[in-house]
Design a binder for this molecule. Structure first.
Ligand SMILES: C[S@@+](CC[C@H](N)C(=O)[O-])C[C@H]1O[C@@H](n2cnc3c(N)ncnc32)[C@H](O)[C@@H]1O
Length: 381
């Protein structure tokens, strides 16, 4: 039997316990789904036999207006990939402490025909208890290609940050974490939210030793949080994408952490696909793209982002003396919206042509090979 579910009908029947999918939520779902598809393409070609997606705060899989939640989108992708890749074993772990939501999710999933090489595990625990249990069971150690998603409504769930840190320290995996920065900002200036703020402070200082919540700028707190997670055994790269609310004020960041440069390249592809390379998700992103296409928005964005990046690369070259292509690529991918294909033409070439950088190509390597060349400040300038 092929499953064609009427999501609007199911949403109407289960209306009471379902959330509304605001525009930013819908785009967050599109973003994660787009990335998971790219990630799966890498996973099925990797050496690892087990492909694991964990959504530790997964919601009901469906929203009030019939919009599919991330976990259902992921299940559908996993069914497609599991059928095509019989030699691999696929696992989806879903958890949410709201029992009504989990009941809806279980009903929804029971309608799908899942291939034998796909296992779906659904639980209704508190996220910290759930992740602690997964850590204790130690099941993702061997031959697992793992992606953990943790997406709370707000910031300050006690012990969540340390538990995630232990998880990524123990298991070789990628992480997508929703850092609800607006909760920190809003409560900082609200004298009647002392309890909430003390919870937030405790939570942040549980992983960040040099935090000073009253004085640190919001961006500084975000960067410190990113640094502590990058200090773990496997994580090497990160990127934080900002989501704004309908008034265009900052709401949260989806922070992506990965041990692998390929992951960083792919998340950027998703950002350009889903958000057209816009700096953050905002209401206007939904404007009919055909109107925007009167101008070449890609070129405009690339030149806007590459200006400051050229300056930063010059500074970096002064500091380090010599840069590899990899140094430049990592810096640009982590610190701007630019993606892999925006590095040579918009950044490296203008710096070479302007005589600011010089390219040193090792003997035996073709002159037009950028990736194996080194770059340094041109002494003749
Ligand atoms: C923002 S929603 C998740 C949305 C989901 N990622 C999606 O894309 O469809 C947050 C979910 O976390 C759940 N939640 C909140 N606090 C929790 C906790 N301490 N433990 C487990 N789940 C929790 C809520 O019930 C809610 O369903």
């Amino acid at each position: 039997m092929n499953t064609v579910l009427d999501f609007k009908l199911i949403a109407n029947k289960n209306g009471k316990c379902l959330d509304e999918a605001k525009l930013h939520t819908q785009y967050k779902i599109k973003y994660i789904k787009d990335y998971v598809r790219r990630w799966l393409n890498v996973a099925v070609n990797s050496r690892q036999r087990n492909i694991v997606f964990i959504d530790s705060m997964c919601n009901a899989g469906i929203y009030k207006n019939g919009v599919k939640g991330t976990c259902i989108e992921v299940i559908e992708l996993f069914i497609e990939y599991a059928k095509e890749n019989q030699a691999k074993q696929f696992y989806v772990f879903l958890n949410d402490y709201d029992q009504d939501k989990i009941m809806v999710l279980k009903k929804l999933i029971s309608n799908y025909n899942t291939p034998n090489n796909l296992r779906i595990n659904i639980t209704d625990k508190d996220v910290v208890k759930y992740l602690t249990l997964l850590i204790e069971k130690n099941i993702f150690s061997n031959s697992c290609f793992t992606l953990l998603y943790t997406d709370p409504y707000n910031f300050g769930i006690p012990n969540l940050l340390t538990t995630i840190k232990t998880f990524i320290d123990k298991f070789y995996c990628e992480l997508l974490f929703n850092y609800f920065s607006s909760d920190v900002t809003r409560n900082k200036n609200n004298t009647s939210a002392k309890n909430k703020m003390s919870k937030i402070k405790n939570e942040l200082s549980s992983v960040i030793t040099d935090i000073n919540i009253d004085d640190d700028e919001n961006k500084e707190i975000l960067n410190k949080l990113i640094s502590t997670y990058k200090d773990t055994k496997n994580i090497k790269y990160s990127f934080a994408y900002r989501f704004n609310n309908t008034n265009n004020a900052e709401l949260y960041y989806i922070i992506f952490f990965t041990p692998n440069k390929r992951g960083l390249e792919l998340i950027k592809e998703s950002i350009w696909k889903v958000f057209n390379g816009e700096e953050s998700f905002k209401k206007q992103i939904d404007i009919d793209k055909s109107q925007l296409k009167l101008f070449n928005t890609d070129d405009l964005l690339i030149s806007t982002y590459s200006g400051p990046m050229k300056e930063s690369i010059i500074k970096l070259a002064y500091e380090k003396g010599e840069l590899s292509y990899d140094d430049i690529e990592t810096y640009v991918l982590e610190n701007s919206l630019l993606k892999d294909s925006h590095i040579i033409k918009p950044i490296i070439n203008p710096l070479l042509e302007g005589g600011i950088l010089e390219k040193i190509t090792p003997t035996g390597v073709r002159k037009n090979n950028y990736k194996e060349s080194k770059y340094k400040i041109n002494d003749k300038v």
